[in-house]
Ligand binder design. Structure first.
Ligand code: ADP
Length: 561
């Protein structure tokens, strides 16, 4: 006979069919029914917190609490908590001494188990006057009803636990400032938190409902509603995949959310519900917009600047081109003019010299004077033309140096030798102060000769009769400094820089009287600089001047011995 066919089963279960699921005293009710069916007037019921040893007496029938407790203490150690058992007090090993045991002939211990846990236990007993022992059938008949009770109790427990969890969750979600709600498997909104309700503008007592209906009511609140509607519907059509939708709330205050749907899937990947969380992206979006605005501003400024730079560059390029063109015209003109002038000048000077030499017959003293003037004037013009030609070539970058090793003392000697007549004419004393050991120097002889000629001729020109001209040569740094001192008229401080400019002569009646082109120093400076050197002046008006030029020299090892 299967347990369900057992009339005892039906009797006890029949009683349960009327019970509401969460009947609070289901165990007591069960015990009452079972007592009747089992003909067991004595009974006790323990309810536990699911671990053996913690069961506590809840109720007893025909047994005082003290009797039930002592009885339990006696049988506790002899029981296997997890299996029902029949105890016959007349048989060994059940020899109980408690007064309650004396009133009992036979007992059934019935644990209520759910998922290997003890939820409670029942003791049914017949009084000593009833000689009938409990049978295994009695136990069998109770199996199904006990299971039903265990299920109900477990449900009760789980429901209570779920209630606690729900309350905790509600507390937590309400504490979160982000809009949060849960969805069940039918996409019904559950437990929307405060932030969720206020974002959607629904009253605080709003408990939820179908998501699709809620969406239909609130979608006008979103700025990009038509665009996100499709995404929301898509999200609802495939809740199991999860989604993220950027939404912006219409209204005065700029509000952006990233709405995320998070699916909860069961072990088989089926959607059992989910959560909707709105992450506030407003600060992020604001920052992005500000960044974009400043990038745009910057872009605009850069573009503007680039454009004006481009125009400025273009203007500069055109101006440069024009300057280059003008410079070329000037260079061409200067070199053509100089060449053109040199030929007739050479002729004039050639014929003048022939006249002077008496090739065309003897000259009268007047004629001789005239020819001297002609030769003198032509010479000046020729020097001027040559100077202009030199400058033109330097400017055009066509001037090439040809440096060699030169015996400097000898070089200086020959320069001074060339000036011997002028020096003698003005009775100028010449001193050569050469640092010992200076001999071979590396420079382009033609150009340095021109520099020295200019400096020495100026010194002679601007030094009154009887003065002194000193040439000092000494080492300085990685090169050699050559100083040309005179005891002449000197140069005012204000003019000392100017004199190296082209066509500049210190404009005083005294200086004007000396003649010259004002080009000599300009050329000398350029020639020294072409050597990588420097030309400077120090002077004191009335006491004299010193022009010094410095020439870099290669390392000693490179010099010829
Ligand atoms: P210039 O052909 O006129 O001598 P320079 O360029 O050689 O041209 O010299 C420019 C000017 O510098 C001279 O006119 C003169 O005023 C001044 N100067 C040059 N050397 C001396 C010097 N040793 N003493 C005084 N003044 C000088």
């Amino acid at each position: 006979m299967s347990p369900s066919d057992d009339p005892r089963t039906t009797q006890v279960l029949g009683a349960f069919s009327d019970f509401p699921l969460y009947a609070p005293d289901i165990l007591a009710e069960f015990t009452t029914r079972a007592r009747r069916v089992l003909d067991a007037p004595i009974a006790a019921l323990w309810r536990g917190d699911f671990s053996p040893g913690h069961l506590s007496l809840e109720r007893s029938w025909d047994l005082s609490a003290a009797e039930a407790i002592t009885l339990w203490a006696e049988i506790e150690d002899s029981l296997d908590f997890e299996s029902p058992s029949i105890l016959d007090l007349g048989d060994s090993p059940w020899r109980f001494r408690s007064p309650a045991a004396k009133r009992i002939s036979s007992m059934i211990f019935l644990p209520i188990m759910s998922s290997q846990r003890v939820l409670g236990a029942m003791l049914f007993a017949r009084s000593a006057t009833n000689a009938n022992r409990f049978t295994r059938e009695d136990l069998q008949g109770l199996r199904l009803p006990v299971q039903a009770v265990a299920c109900t109790l477990e449900n009760d427990r789980l429901a209570a636990k779920a209630d606690v969890m729900t309350q905790r969750l509600e507390l937590l979600t309400n504490a979160i400032p982000l809009p949060v709600c849960f969805l069940d498997s039918r996409l019904d909104v559950l437990q929307p938190n405060h932030a969720f309700k206020s974002a959607l503008g629904v009253p605080d007592d709003f408990k939820g409902g179908p998501l699709i209906e809620i969406w239909a009511k609130v979608k006008d609140r979103f700025d990009n509603s038509p665009e996100i509607e499709a995404r929301m519907l898509d999200m609802m059509a495939h809740p199991e995949t999860g989604a993220s939708v950027e939404v912006t709330f219409a209204g005065e205050n700029e509000l952006h959310y990233r709405l995320m749907s998070i699916p909860f899937l069961d072990r088989h990947g089926r959607y059992t519900g989910g959560a909707l969380i709105g992450f506030d992206t407003t600060p992020e979006r604001r920052l992005m917009r500000l960044q974009q605005e400043s990038i745009d501003d910057l872009d605009a400024t850069v573009q503007e600047r680039t454009l004006s730079l481009h125009f400025a560059n273009e203007e500069l390029r055109l101006a440069n081109e024009e300057l280059r063109r003008m410079d070329q015209i000037k260079t061409d003109f200067m070199s053509n003019m100089s060449h053109e002038l040199r030929t007739p000048l050479n002729q004039i000077m050639g014929y003048g010299s022939m006249l002077k030499d008496g090739v065309a017959g003897d000259l009268t003293p007047d004629q001789d004077d005239f020819v001297d003037n002609i030769l003198h004037g032509s010479n000046r013009v020729l020097r001027l033309v040559n100077a202009i030609l030199d400058l033109t070539r330097i400017d055009a970058g066509k001037f090439t140096l040809h440096p060699t090793w030169n015996d400097y003392p000898e070089f200086l000697g020959s320069v001074l030798e060339a000036f011997r007549p002028q020096l003698a004419a003005k009775r100028l004393e010449v001193k050569l102060d050469l640092e010992p050991g200076i001999r071979a120097l590396w420079f382009s002889p033609e150009e340095i000769e021109q520099v020295l000629f200019n400096l020495v001729s100026n010194a002679i020109k601007f030094t009154p009769e009887g003065g002194t001209l000193t040439l000092r040569v000494h080492r300085s740094g990685e090169g050699i400094l050559t100083e040309v001192h005179d005891t002449g008229i000197g140069i005012p401080a204000a003019d000392q820089e100017r004199i190296f400019d082209r066509f500049v002569q210190v404009d005083s009646s005294t200086t004007r009287g000396y003649g010259g082109s004002g080009l000599g120093l300009a050329i000398a400076k350029q020639l020294v600089e072409l050597h990588g050197g420097t030309l400077t002046v120090t002077s004191e008006p009335g006491r004299g001047s010193c022009f010094s030029f410095w020439l870099a020299q290669p390392a000693t090892a490179a010099r010829p011995s």
